[in-house]
Design a protein around this ligand. Sequence first.
Ligand SMILES: [Zn+2]
Ligand SMILES: [Zn+2]
Length: 78
Amino acid sequence: MRITISVEPRHSDNSRCGHLVKPSGKPRDPASGCTGRTTYAVVCSQHGDVGTGHHIKALAEPVAREHRQEHLTAPPSR
Ligand SMILES: [Zn+2]
Ligand SMILES: [Zn+2]
């Protein structure tokens, strides 16, 4: 199985935010039901959430990169 690690924006209730938001993280369309992005979670297709959420995307990206590297250097045993 191919492992994917991605950075996923989340609302304050920890649900995924796929809405369009302004650079401030506030919802672009008030009618979308979006409550605004509060955290960015690093999600691994094998491990699920990696660590805790990050308040800005720039902090989550290095964690995602590091985790991806861990999979490359130490493949999990079958
Ligand atoms: Zn949203
Ligand atoms: Zn993983």
